[in-house]
Unconditional design. Structure first.
Length: 60
């Protein structure tokens, strides 16, 4: 019996993993066809810098 922990960011069951998509680290849900977690903040895979600014609202 496999016990997987829920997504730490949004709590969906089935677990989640960070993957590299075009140099950006994004959190995807394992149990939902690798959909991106809508809550987790992506980061620059090379530097580890969070991309919250890019993912957030456009500054005036
Ligand atoms: Zn999630």
């Amino acid at each position: 019996m496999v016990v997987s922990s829920p997504c730490w960011a949004c709590g969906v069951t089935g677990g989640a993993d960070w993957i590299n998509v075009d140099g950006t680290g994004v959190l995807v849900h394992n149990a939902r066809g690798r959909e991106r977690c809508p809550v987790a903040v992506p980061f620059d895979w090379a530097t580890g810098t969070p991309l919250a600014v890019l993912a957030g609202a456009v500054a005036a």
